[in-house]
Design a protein around this ligand. Structure first.
Ligand code: NAI
Ligand code: MG
Length: 331
């Protein structure tokens, strides 16, 4: 089946890392139809809109979207492109695998999945901005909590590691989180899955100290955003972390990192997070073996010292991407 894939490079390092992810997609999806959609700050500066209704229509016409990153200007009237897309496409599940590349063989390798609720919580977009007082509404609904808990439970079963589902929350302070916790617990019980509810602040430390204790962690929107960046520490930094934003109808794949203006234009950005996001797209299309091959080939290159400077190597962004295509072509 031929797939229609929307490619959004975005701002900053987006136009550097996404072409490398695209090379991998083009290698495996030979008859896919790729089309580009321009979104982000550069477009906002040119047209006054970072993401228009036409852009959303175009994205909805794709079977899957690969996205780089966009820069957010310091302007209170600017509407976050990502929040807009997540809401309009109802991409309620943000899946963020935290996986170290090579297994060290002593069981110390890291392999967990953060399941972040992606449409409500503190990123509801409901805000009143004033000069003396500004508020943001934190929304937790039963239906929203249930559907993300169901996604997390199905991942616990699929991964089959006999670990409890960990619920990251802060119900001692935010009463809205009690609805989240209770709904996750009820849902897990129906699936026959044990749960462990942990306060998010303590979880941020424990996950670094004892990463092997964790398998699937489900949490609300902003906590998942922060926890996944924290976990970047376990896997070599933000340049390594991919993500998938999945809804009932649409699927959107993006590196966890932002547009990294501090290194943009230098050709040194690590493309691994973007390439692993492309591998998640392959898996979404049922190409699990191909996705594993990409992961193994990334591991193998990095273990041979071929990497971008953030991992201590000398390779440029495009050099790493080309070496990776060579590596997967030889298998
Ligand atoms: P960032 O993730 O862009 O950068 C944080 C640090 O990590 C920087 O030092 C950067 O150089 C480094 N880094 C990030 N990705 C890297 C890569 N692939 N290779 C090597 N080093 C990498 O986060 P920051 O600085 O907080 O935000 C910069 C801009 O990106 C802001 O405008 C922010 O709003 C936007 N942003 C966009 C996101 C998105 O589009 N999904 C997500 C996060 C931030
Ligand atoms: Mg983030």
């Amino acid at each position: 089946m031929s797939h229609r894939i929307a490619v959004v490079e975005g701002d900053g390092i987006g136009p550097e890392v996404i072409p490398e992810a695209r090379k991998i997609l083009e290698h495996f999806l030979t008859d896919a139809d790729f089309f580009e959609v321009e979104l982000g700050l550069a477009k906002w500066e040119k047209t006054g809109s970072a993401c228009s209704p036409d852009d959303i229509r175009e994205l909805k016409g794709a079977d899957a979207i690969i996205f780089g990153a966009v820069t957010t200007p310091p302007d209170p009237d600017y509407r976050s492109v990502l929040l807009q897309i997540r809401h309009e496409l109802d991409l309620y599940a943000n899946l963020r695998p935290i996986r170290s590349l090579q297994s060290s063989g002593d069981g110390s390798s890291v392999d967990m999945m953060i399941v972040r609720e992606n449409t409500e919580g503190l990123y509801s977009g409901i805000e009143e901005i004033g000069t003396e007082r500004s508020t943001t509404l934190r929304v937790v609904t039963k239906a929203g909590s249930r559907r993300i808990a169901e996604k997390a439970c199905s991942l616990v079963l699929e991964r089959d590691r006999n670990h409890p589902l960990v619920i990251g929350y802060k119900g001692n302070v935010l009463k809205s989180d009690l609805l989240f916790r209770d709904t996750c617990q009820e849902t897990a019980e129906a699936y026959g899955i044990k749960t462990q509810a942990v306060f998010i602040d303590a979880l941020c430390l424990d996950v670094l100290q004892h990463p092997n204790k964790y398998d699937v962690i489900v949490t609300t929107n902003m906590f998942g955003d922060i926890l996944s960046d924290v976990c970047g520490y376990l896997t070599g930094g933000l340049g390594m972390l991919p993500s998938a934003n999945i809804g009932e109808k649409y699927a959107f794949f993006e590196p966890v990192h932002g547009s990294a203006p501090d290194i943009a234009g230098k050709g040194i950005a690590n493309p691994v997070a973007a390439i692993r996001s492309a591998a998640m797209m392959l898996e979404y299309f049922g190409m699990k073996d191909e996705a594993c091959l990409v992961e193994e080939s990334i591991s193998s290159l990095i273990s041979r010292g071929i990497s971008t400077p953030d991992l201590g190597g000398m390779a440029s962004t495009s050099e790493f991407g080309s070496r990776l295509v060579d590596a997967v072509s030889k298998k």
